[in-house]
Design a protein around this ligand. Structure first.
Ligand code: KIV
Ligand code: ZN
Length: 389
């Protein structure tokens, strides 16, 4: 398919904020938005202006102070939401309203209590009402993956005819599986009017742990935009994680052939900031940015990476902005790793001192999960002072 550029739409500040227990204040949202600009995202969904005064003020502040990206605001298909979103975004350098309405029968019947025709009318009327007020109009069919495909294409075509330029296919409840989702994207792409001028977007949730793989399948099959959050935070089990999607594209560029504008060296600091401000710790085995992601514990693995990192590392930690020492010292660590660790800590030991230090380290390690740098220092300092006395 050639080197297509993926548009990265970050919704950490909107869907990410829907994580249970997370509430970003205006200052936190602004700090994250600035960091997202350094990271290189194309679109920042700053919030849902009609949802609360705090949300409105935070979106307005970002729209007025952040220049280098498109700033988006979420809006239901009702005039009062569109007016609020307009007030929040009117001073943005480039604004996008993100209109959404549920389209699956289960949502229409039990949540909105309206018919398909009524939903269609609300969507089209809203796009028409928003036209001219924003630089771009994006329309999302909520619960698209559980929507009748013909109805989905019908509503997409009518909103495109009314002026929407970006259509989003959300897997709202994380129900899709990769093959099926890629077929849905292909189907929409095949049947959409004005396909050369319409951006197709996907937005995947992680209820079955498939948000990233579904997003990648969609990109592989013609989606132009991917909606993600930093560290995958979001409603319930979260959204597709930005860092996982991007590093999969980079690490397997031989397979995906996709371009993007993310500066991967900013990934780690962005994840740290979002973790700090959301209060959600990064799980140690989190792909890409967890504290174990580049740690090697087994002696055989440590030996391998000391000789050549590519034996057990498919990415370079420095490409993600991670600079710390990743040798995790424990009872499975071998002599090579121990020697490298001491070298990194600035020690130069004689052969006898090294033999003794390694033996003492192994004795300590036998009863612990990890021997940290302070404990190694105590062992080595003890060996050095005894050998001098
Ligand atoms: O998950 C979802 O359907 C959403 C929409 C508002 C895009 O977050
Ligand atoms: Zn969502």
């Amino acid at each position: 398919m050639g080197d297509r550029k993926v548009i990265v739409f970050d919704t950490t500040l909107r869907d990410g904020e829907q994580t249970p227990g997370v509430n970003f204040d205006k200052d936190s949202k602004y700090r994250i938005a600035k960091q997202l600009v350094s990271l290189g995202v194309d679109v920042i969904e700053a919030g849902f202006p009609a949802a609360s005064n705090g949300n409105f003020e935070a979106v307005k502040h970002i729209a007025e102070n952040i220049d280098d990206v498109v700033v988006a605001g979420l809006s239901r298909c009702v005039k009062s939401d569109i007016d609020k979103t307009y007030e929040a975004l009117k001073n943005a350098k480039k604004s996008r309203i993100h209109l959404f309405i549920a389209t699956s029968d289960i949502h229409l019947k039990y949540k909105l209590k309206i018919s398909r025709d009524e939903a269609l009318k609300m969507a089209v009327d809203s796009v028409k009402y928003a036209s001219g007020k924003f630089d771009e109009i994006q329309f999302s069919a909520e619960d698209a993956s559980r929507t009748d495909w013909d109805f989905l294409v019908k509503i997409f075509n009518e909103v495109v005819d009314a002026g929407a330029k970006i259509i989003n296919i959300p897997d709202t409840v994380g129900y899709a599986v990769p093959k099926e989702f890629e077929k849905l994207v292909e189907y929409v792409k095949k049947h959409i009017h004005d396909k050369d001028n319409v951006t197709i977007s996907v937005h995947c949730h992680n209820d079955l742990g498939m948000a990233v793989v579904n997003s990648l399948s969609a990109l592989e099959n013609g989606a132009d935009q991917v909606e993600v959050t930093v560290c995958g935070i979001g409603e319930r089990a979260g959204n597709a994680s930005l860092e996982e999607v991007i590093m999969a594209i980079n690490t397997r560029k031989d397979y995906f052939n996709l371009l993007h504008s993310i500066n991967t060296r900013e990934i780690f600091s962005t994840c740290k900031l979002v973790s700090e401000l959301s209060g959600i710790d990064l799980q140690p085995n989190k792909a890409i940015v967890g504290s174990n992601a580049f740690r090697h514990t087994a002696g055989i693995h440590q030996h391998g990476v000391i000789n050549n990192k590519a034996t057990y590392e498919i990415m370079r930690p420095e490409d993600i902005g991670i600079t710390t020492d990743h040798i995790s010292m424990g009872k499975l660590s071998g002599r090579n790793a121990f020697e490298l660790k001491l070298k990194n800590m600035g020690y130069e030991l004689s052969r006898d001192e090294m033999n003794l230090a390694f033996k003492k380290f192994k004795d300590v390690a036998d009863n612990k999960k990890i021997v940290n740098d302070n404990e190694i220092k105590a062992i080595v300092d003890d060996v050095i002072s005894n050998s001098k006395s």
